[in-house]
Design a protein around this ligand. Structure first.
Ligand code: NI
Length: 259
């Protein structure tokens, strides 16, 4: 039986994958991946995501400015984002958020660019895709203060606790898991994956990064989302078919994609 998988976060716009787009999409389709969302992280990658979405029916784009690029974001970039977001195949704003792992962008600038993008998403009523690295508390505070609940969104490659996941669920967010949930020492994401409602669960690859077991060390690609789905199905004690179907429907719901 064929699966219906939705890779909700995959960087086909990354230079390493861009040259192999056709090949990667065929391999994804063979693995049961029917739809993919390619998120931008700066101007160029957002434009590339939109270009891919315009050329391939199964590909959708999310556009925006990543916290590590926050310092480079100018007024014109916000204006362009407001324009891009009206494209029918642009299904959200992302990846946006906070990154405290590499402390090279001042936190106030990251927060300002994050808040302004949430405001744009609220104006156009599209969901947001959150990048959170070592910034759990501030992410939840900003989502609350900006009333992001109005639009909801996705916690991409979730790495927080069960308590944080519950906060995010209450803010109308979905919880997405990538390769790390397949790692042997991934006790925390596995605990979260077991304790959230199935109708808020999503799968992604974050390719070319975060390659799941047993392909660690190799470049990641959308077809591998199947391995993430298999791991989650095993954890939840359901079939991979059911896990795939439910997460596929969840992804279509949050991104507002019909059918
Ligand atoms: Ni990403």
């Amino acid at each position: 039986m064929t699966l219906s998988l939705f890779d909700t976060h995959t960087h086909l716009n990354d230079a390493d994958l861009l040259a192999r787009t056709e090949e990667l999409l065929v391999r994804a389709q063979e693995a049961g991946v029917l739809r993919l969302v390619v998120p931008g992280y700066d101007r160029e990658s957002s434009l590339r995501a939109m270009d891919l979405a315009s050329r391939y029916e199964s590909v959708y784009a999310v556009v925006g400015y990543h916290p590590q690029d926050a310092r480079a974001v100018k007024e014109q970039d916000f204006a362009d984002l407001e324009r891009w977001i009206n494209d029918a195949k642009v299904v959200g704003i992302g990846e946006i958020g906070l990154d405290y792992h590499y402390d090279d962008t001042p936190r106030e600038i990251q927060a300002d660019v994050f808040r302004r993008q949430i405001a744009i998403a609220k104006r156009v009523k599209k969901p947001i895709v959150i990048h959170d690295r070592d910034a759990h508390g501030d992410i939840v505070n900003i989502l609350r203060e900006e009333n992001a609940k109005e639009i909801g969104g996705i916690m991409h490659c979730f790495s927080g606790s069960v308590e944080m996941a519950i906060d995010c669920l209450n803010l109308n967010f979905y919880i997405s898991f990538a390769g790390p949930v397949t790692f042997k020492n991934a006790l925390r994401p596995q605990e979260v994956a077991l304790n959230i409602p199935l109708d808020r669960l999503l799968v992604e690859t974050d390719a070319p990064y975060l390659t799941p077991v047993p392909h660690r060390g190799k470049q990641n690609e959308p077809a591998n989302v199947r391995l993430v789905a298999e791991k989650l199905a095993q954890l939840r004690g359901i079939s991979v078919n059911e896990l795939a179907q439910v997460t596929y429907e969840n992804a279509n719901r949050i991104f507002g994609i019909k059918g």
